[in-house]
Design a binder for this molecule. Structure first.
Ligand code: FE2
Length: 277
């Protein structure tokens, strides 16, 4: 059973304890209705300002490597696999990955004192904002996200990545909410992802034990809820075959004092250093 906590004020010992034990934490009411609509309006404006490209880059497809690889310090648009000829706003899978630095509305939201306080309460050392995304999970076509751990994709030495996932719309089992394995963050990291030979993207197996669907716990989240995900927490989400959109924004932070290997997929130029909250 997933215990839910209320956002606002410092994190209590019970919430901290839940997070340490489970590797995730749901904080209801973290983002206000006004903040959600400001973000949703901004997303619409970003989409309106995006010139439809000749070829649409599907998130996770090899052909888009370069467009993806160079998106760490940009605001780029990635398409849903089954988007067909849908209008842009209904065809996107993600926008990423430097909204928190380049977009004033996202900058203001992610640099609010509440995130700073939450990072402090979670005892994150020297938190630096590394990556932000809009995740659309479009009605009818929103693709599944397979089991993974975020520490596979955003690597520091020692490991430090922590994810913040904020529901802009209700996320339910029906429209493909996050699902995680309670306590799974205490298990080993399964995969390595990064730049291999000639900077080509590579996935390497570190531990071949699979994550089991039977161990999944749905993390249903009302609009405005924030989910904290430990970097090793195994999580996934199913397709959204419903008629309801499930838009969320995410932020990943790392320890600014940890080493950041040059073979991470996400690289920032020297003139755009990572900032704290
Ligand atoms: Fe993830």
């Amino acid at each position: 059973m997933v215990t839910r906590f209320k956002a606002g004020g410092p994190l209590g010992a019970d919430a901290r304890g839940f997070y340490d034990e489970h590797g995730f934490l749901i904080l209801d009411g973290f983002a206000s209705a006004a903040e959600r609509s400001a973000l949703l309006d901004r997303i619409d404006a970003l989409v309106d300002g995006f010139e439809t490209p000749h070829s649409r880059t599907v998130f996770g497809e090899h052909a888009g490597d370069r467009y993806f690889l160079e998106s760490g310090d940009k605001v780029r648009f990635f398409f849903e696999q089954d988007a067909g000829g849908r209008p842009l706003r209904q065809a996107l899978n993600k926008i990423g990955h430097a909204l928190h630095d380049l977009d004033p509305v996202f900058d203001t939201f992610f640099h609010s004192g509440r995130f700073r306080q939450l990072a402090r309460d979670l005892r994150l050392n020297a938190p630096r904002l590394l990556q932000s995304m809009v995740i659309f999970k479009q009605p009818g076509i929103g693709g599944a996200v397979n089991w993974h751990q975020d520490a596979t994709f955003l690597r520091t030495e020692p490991e430090s990545v922590t994810g913040f996932w904020i529901a802009l719309e209700d996320a339910t089992l029906e429209n493909g909410c996050l699902q995680a394995i309670p306590g799974g963050h205490r298990g080993p990291l399964r995969q390595w992802f990064g730049r291999g030979e000639a900077a080509m993207l590579e996935t390497r197996t570190l531990d071949d034990r699979p994550f089991e669907d039977a161990d999944a716990t749905p993390l249903e989240a009302e609009a405005g809820a924030l989910i904290v995900l430990h970097g090793r927490a195994p999580h996934m989400s199913r397709r959204n075959l419903s008629a309801k959109s499930r838009c969320a924004v995410t932020l990943h932070v790392i320890d600014g004092e940890a080493a950041y290997p040059a073979d991470n997929w996400l690289q920032r130029p020297a003139d755009m250093p990572l900032r704290g909250f």
